[in-house]
Ligand binder design. Structure first.
Ligand SMILES: [Zn+2]
Length: 559
């Protein structure tokens, strides 16, 4: 072999070795969190029992938001129960009924020092058929250390624990140093158009600005990315949502003489394309931050991928998708309803399906339509947007309010990572974003996958221990943010103050500045997001014309 080739090979080997060395060094720089035992508090049994009794009573009020017309008596009963069970709260605060059955409590500070706080939850629940339940869904039974019933986890437990904490504080003579509001909507499960919307209108009329808004959303979960310890996932933003109706039309006719492609066949193929060719995956600045903050607690292979995400973006995205976190890195498309035909021997002249789309930041409704048009080319479908909502803004998770929330989590639940999180679902909190730069979605409950699966399903339940801890969490947070021992309003700076927004300024991409709280760490990820936006339309969508559905389940893991 000529000497030049040897030289070139040696040089390549040196470059390779240096690159590998750098990758290991970067991985080492992440560091490893010391995995000690998570030493959380134990719940006070008396508090837990009292909260359980109240939650049981609230569950017995059948406040199902899908009922039309709503059962007025059930809502009145719920209001009375709250008043009876929390006498100090109702003596110290004003309570206003807003937008039919929503409730707004106002706890005035004698001498307010800074912007008020807003705590939210909702009083309504989704329907429940009692057939498959171990205990009837609207009896609020307490058994096996749990309160059973619809609303136990979504989310009458939050209403209970918030007011329980306030009642305890009042009995101890606590007086807040800033105003505190509790807003409980009555139609969150059907979109919040009456409740949260009316509450938001009221806040606007009163020109309110909150130092912190806390609603339902994330929780302390186990199992994300094979993590064995619980992680407090605090929602700082929500994905967008769209419902798109696809319609295929044909001449119809006798089923004995079908054409090559029927209306139903074309809709079926569209659904297959959606499932077998998921959109492109990419890392947004928020998810990059989430991964970076989780990294010290993850295995070496995860840390290696995260530390070297610029070089190993594809393997990282593939692994995230495989580990069940697809929604973190891509816009998802779920076919949810379909309709066609009237008789077994008649060709339908129309067939339709509805896609529920959850949009990742950086994508808007019009981008999705362009993508779908490309994906369905050759199928001759009509598309109609039934509902469209862009991703929500990203709250500031670098400021004092997020840090204080984290302090309260650790004070009660022990040394757990507290990370900013993206919600794939929608909450009332989105409507309160105009009133604060610190809108967080977090339920102070440790949720196993089994418990999460019971929400909106059968056998919804919550443990007494968990209720007691949640009361302790809210008590801690209220003291921390609005107590005399709080380091005053300095601690929760006014987010409107440009000084406080310094950390929101240093993105490279002005578009990203709108929907992320990028700091120096994020400049790289902001670029990542831009790169992947540029390469948004997947190659697979381009060769979709023609019609055969290629690919299979394996495709679901490719970008
Ligand atoms: Zn809910």
């Amino acid at each position: 072999m000529p000497q030049e080739i040897w030289l070139a090979l040696a040089l390549a080997a040196v470059v390779l070795a240096l690159t590998a060395a750098r990758m290991f060094v970067r991985t080492g720089q992440i560091g490893r969190a010391r995995v000690g035992p998570v030493l959380g508090r134990a719940a006070d049994p008396e508090t837990a029992a009292r909260a359980a009794e109240t939650l049981g009573a609230l569950i017995r009020c059948k406040t199902v938001s899908h009922d039309a017309p709503r059962e007025r008596a059930e809502w009145v009963h719920l209001r009375d129960e709250l008043k009876r069970r929390y006498p100090s709260v109702h003596a110290a605060m004003t309570r206003e009924t807003v937008g039919l059955f929503s409730l707004l409590y106002h706890w005035k500070a004698p001498d307010p020092q800074g912007d008020p706080l807003l705590f939210c939850a909702h009083l309504d629940v989704v329907p429940a058929e009692s057939g498959a339940w171990r205990h009837p869904p609207f009896e609020g039974l307490i058994e096996d250390g749990h309160v059973w019933g619809r609303g136990a986890l979504d989310c009458k437990h939050l209403v209970t624990c918030l007011l329980e904490a306030a009642e305890l504080l009042l009995r101890q003579g606590f007086s807040p140093t800033r105003d505190i509001y509790f807003a409980f909507g009555h139609d969150e499960e059907t979109g919040g158009a009456e409740g949260a919307a009316a509450l938001a209108a009221l806040f606007a009329k009163q020109n309110l600005h909150f130092a912190l808004v806390l609603d339902e959303g994330g929780a302390l979960t186990r199992g994300a990315l094979s993590l064995r310890r619980p992680v407090a996932e605090v929602g700082v933003s929500e994905k967008g949502m769209m419902n798109v109706r696809l319609t295929a039309r044909s001449a119809g006719g006798h089923a004995a003489h079908p054409p090559r492609h029927t209306a139903l066949g074309r809709i079926a193929e569209a659904v297959c394309r959606v499932e077998f060719r998921p959109g492109p995956a990419r890392l947004t600045p928020l998810i990059t931050d989430l991964l970076t903050q989780l990294a010290p607690n993850l295995s070496f292979s995860w840390r290696f991928l995260i530390a070297n995400r610029r070089l190993l973006r594809r393997p990282l995205l593939r692994r995230l998708a495989r580990s069940g976190e697809t929604s973190w890195v891509r816009t998802t498309f779920a076919p949810t309803t379909a309709r066609a035909g009237t008789a077994p021997n008649v060709l339908p002249d129309t067939a339709e399906a509805v896609l529920n789309v959850r949009l990742l930041h950086g994508e808007r409704g019009e981008d999705i339509l362009v993508y779908l048009r490309d994906l369905f080319s050759g199928l001759d479908l009509e598309m109609e947007v039934l509902f469209s909502q862009d991703p929500s803004s990203v709250s500031d998770y670098r400021g004092a309010p997020f840090a204080q929330l984290g302090e309260s989590v650790r004070a009660v639940f022990g040394a757990v990572p507290v990370v900013p999180f993206l919600l794939a679902s929608a909450t009332d909190a989105r409507r309160y974003e105009p009133f604060s730069s610190h809108v967080f979605r977090f339920c102070p409950f440790v949720l196993t996958p089994d418990e999460s699966a019971r929400m909106h399903a059968v056998d919804e339940r919550v443990s007494l221990e968990a209720l007691g801890l949640a009361v302790a969490f809210y008590e801690d947070l209220l003291r921390r943010c609005a107590g005399p021992e709080a380091e005053d309003s300095e601690d929760l700076k006014d987010p409107e103050d440009p000084e406080d927004r310094e950390d929101l300024k240093d993105t490279e991409d002005p578009e990203d500045a709108k929907d992320n709280t990028a700091g120096p760490e994020n400049t790289e990820s902001a670029k990542d997001a831009k790169d992947s936006r540029d390469a948004k339309t997947p190659a697979s969508a381009k060769d979709a014309a023609g019609g055969d559905v290629r690919g299979g389940p394996r495709d679901a893991e490719t970008e």
